[in-house]
Design a protein around this ligand. Structure first.
Ligand SMILES: Cc1cc2nc3c(=O)[nH]c(=O)nc-3n(C[C@H](O)[C@H](O)[C@H](O)COP(=O)(O)OP(=O)(O)OC[C@H]3O[C@@H](n4cnc5c(N)ncnc54)[C@H](O)[C@@H]3O)c2cc1C
Length: 565
């Protein structure tokens, strides 16, 4: 039955996931028979493509979004990503879907790691000062298809993006300054043109071949099997990981709670295990019995089972001609540390404001080259970090296994050795050290901390960004002389930038927009101290910081938008 994109009610129905079914609507190209040219065509309505589409819609940029499928979740693998980081949640708040995610998702901050019967390591992220000030929690767990469905809903609320389901891109040709795409649909094929093609079509993208992209790829023999399970009596709401689980042949196990009271249990299988054999229901039940005992297992409802293998991969160039690679089309990482989907969301957030600035005429087209500089650095880093975890979890026989056994043995006794236990380094906002548009002082992410507007109502960094409507923000901390206030006012008239004075307390005569930061959280989040300014981008990254409002600020502003001096 076809469902019109509307409210994403519970998709967990009985012993299974029932996902929405979005209808095919005949596109104008087929109705008119004419080839149309679009500024932006996004291929793939997964996590990254949908995030980008929402980001563009919010900034008033029209786009076409094509997906070969007609639902959320990935064909044959409906349950994949579960864990969304603070940075992603902050992005989702800006896009207007955070409340829905928080309402259905599970907030967690406590993680425990075991080897055999012993707890070798535990943490509570809420005790970690780097997480505590944001309006969003450190993590939320929710099945990926819910996030995607909320983004689809949001796109329909925002308008401006033409979402086309049942639309498979089967051909591509690069032309001068644009590309031609062939799209197969139930009503037949058609051609459209795009000035910017965003390849968000995932791990099996056809665009690598079409564009001649080169890449680094590595695949191992590590094999896993997911069981999404509902219990009558639920285990504690903590992330639990076993490096060596006695109930799983001394191999690893992950245990997470997701939405609808469904537990995700990931079991590491023998190397090169046969995916069909390990995912048979009787085999899965045997595993659950081993972990939870016969009584719990008998009452458990298996919602979904999925075997998986993974590879590490990264394209060498995130942009080739009109094509931009993002999400899994740009890089693939092992799932340990939740760096796949979360970094795809960050790719989208990075590109959205740049595309909007270029298409709105506020920045030259070369601003888009910074997408590669910034997100390729992030991709390479994420691949490296997850490869290390993968090697810890599936060590090569010999030296690597010996090192792991020694690390586990030491961690049982000595706190210093706990840092060697690597069950996944959780995703964080990547820093940009190679960016051509950030000053040396920039490239850092800004948390979504609270402050007070001049009328004393509470605001957060995302409110400031929304108020700036896609423009850069100059935050000036401390008092302003009349001359500096005048300079800032002029700057606001000359450049796509909005200026804000941030004071510690009280309300002084307003020179520019004024906000109050009584505890200095906003200033701390912007990584500056004392009298200073910070240039904040629409993706909540700092482009530059400085002390006096002078030529350095103008220079940083031009650099942030890739405007030549
Ligand atoms: C077991 C597992 C657990 C994971 N856990 C996490 C986690 O906890 N947190 C996290 O952040 N990440 C996690 N990930 C990774 C995450 O699922 C992926 O990184 C994420 O799905 C990538 O999103 P994407 O939008 O780039 O690609 P996809 O989600 O693969 O979406 C691609 C879209 O493109 C469409 N498409 C493909 N080809 C075409 C075509 N030719 N024409 C039109 N449309 C096309 C597809 O239908 C699909 O909708 C996990 C992955 C696995 C396997």
């Amino acid at each position: 039955m076809a469902t019109v994109p509307g409210s994403a009610d519970a998709f967990t129905q009985g012993a299974g996931y029932v996902l929405p079914d979005y209808p095919f609507v005949e596109p104008p190209e087929i109705r008119s028979g004419a080839v149309r040219r679009h500024a932006v065509v996004i291929v793939g309505a997964g996590l990254s493509g949908l995030t980008l589409a929402c980001g563009l819609a919010r900034l008033g940029i029209a786009a076409v979004l094509l997906d070969e499928d007609h639902t959320v979740g990935v064909k044959g693998a409906s349950s994949r990503g579960i864990c969304y980081t603070q940075k992603s949640l902050e992005i989702f708040q800006r896009l207007g879907v955070y409340e829905r995610i928080a309402a259905r998702g599970i907030q967690w901050s406590v993680g425990r790691t075991y080897a055999g019967q012993d707890e070798v390591y535990s943490f509570d992220l809420r005790q970690n000062s780097s997480y505590s000030l944001s309006a969003q929690p450190p993590f939320i767990n929710l099945q990926q298809f819910y996030i995607e469905a909320y983004l689809v809903e949001r796109l329909h609320e925002l308008g401006g993006v033409d979402v086309r389901w049942h639309s498979r891109v089967t051909g591509f040709r690069q032309q001068a300054g644009y590309a031609r795409l062939t799209v197969e649909t139930p009503a037949g094929p058609y051609t459209l043109e795009a000035e910017h093609v965003i390849d968000a079509s995932g791990a099996h993208t056809p665009f690598h071949g079409w564009t001649g992209a080169t890449l680094q790829s590595r695949r191992g023999d590590d094999r896993w099997c997911i069981a999404d399970v509902r219990f009558k009596t639920t285990p504690p709401r903590e992330r639990r990981t076993w490096i060596e689980a006695p109930f799983n042949g001394n191999r690893a196990v992950w245990q997470h709670l997701m939405g609808d009271e469904v537990w995700r249990i990931d079991y590491q299988m023998k190397p090169n295990a046969d995916p069909e054999a390990v995912s048979r229901e009787d085999v899965v039940r045997e595993r659950l019995r081993g972990q939870f005992g016969p009584e719990v297992e008998a009452a458990a409802q298996i919602v979904w089972v999925g075997p998986y293998a993974y590879r590490s991969q990264c394209v060498d160039q995130l942009r080739i001609g009109s094509v931009f690679f993002m999400g899994d089309a740009a890089k693939i990482v092992s799932p340990f540390g939740a760096r796949g989907g979360n970094s795809g969301i960050a790719d989208a957030d990075n590109l959205a404001w740049k595309l909007a600035a270029v298409l709105n005429g506020q920045a030259p087209a070369r601003l888009l080259d910074s997408y590669h500089e910034e997100r390729h650095e992030a991709a390479v880093h994420n691949v490296r970090v997850t490869q290390r975890t993968a090697r810890f979890l599936r060590p090569a026989e010999g030296m690597e296994r010996m090192f792991r056994s020694a690390a586990i043995g030491l961690a049982r006794q000595y706190p210093f050795a706990r840092a060697l236990i690597n069950t996944g380094r959780m995703a964080v906002a990547n820093s940009y050290t190679q960016s051509g548009i950030c000053e040396r002082t920039g490239g850092l992410s800004v948390q979504n901390v609270n402050f007070r507007w001049a009328d004393r109502s509470t605001g957060c960094v995302n409110d400031l960004i929304a108020w700036a409507k896609g423009q850069l923000l100059v935050l000036v901390f401390g008092d302003l002389s009349a001359a500096v206030a005048q300079r800032l006012r002029q700057l606001g008239q000359l450049a796509p930038v909005r200026c804000v004075q941030v004071v510690g307390r009280g309300t002084r005569p307003q020179a520019v927009e004024l906000v109050v930061d009584p505890q200095g959280h906003l200033q701390g989040a912007c990584h500056v101290f004392g009298h200073a300014w910070a240039l904040l981008r629409p993706d909540a990254y700092i482009a530059a910081t400085g002390e006096s409002v002078d030529a350095d600020l103008i220079q940083a502003l031009q650099k942030a938008l890739a405007i030549e001096e």
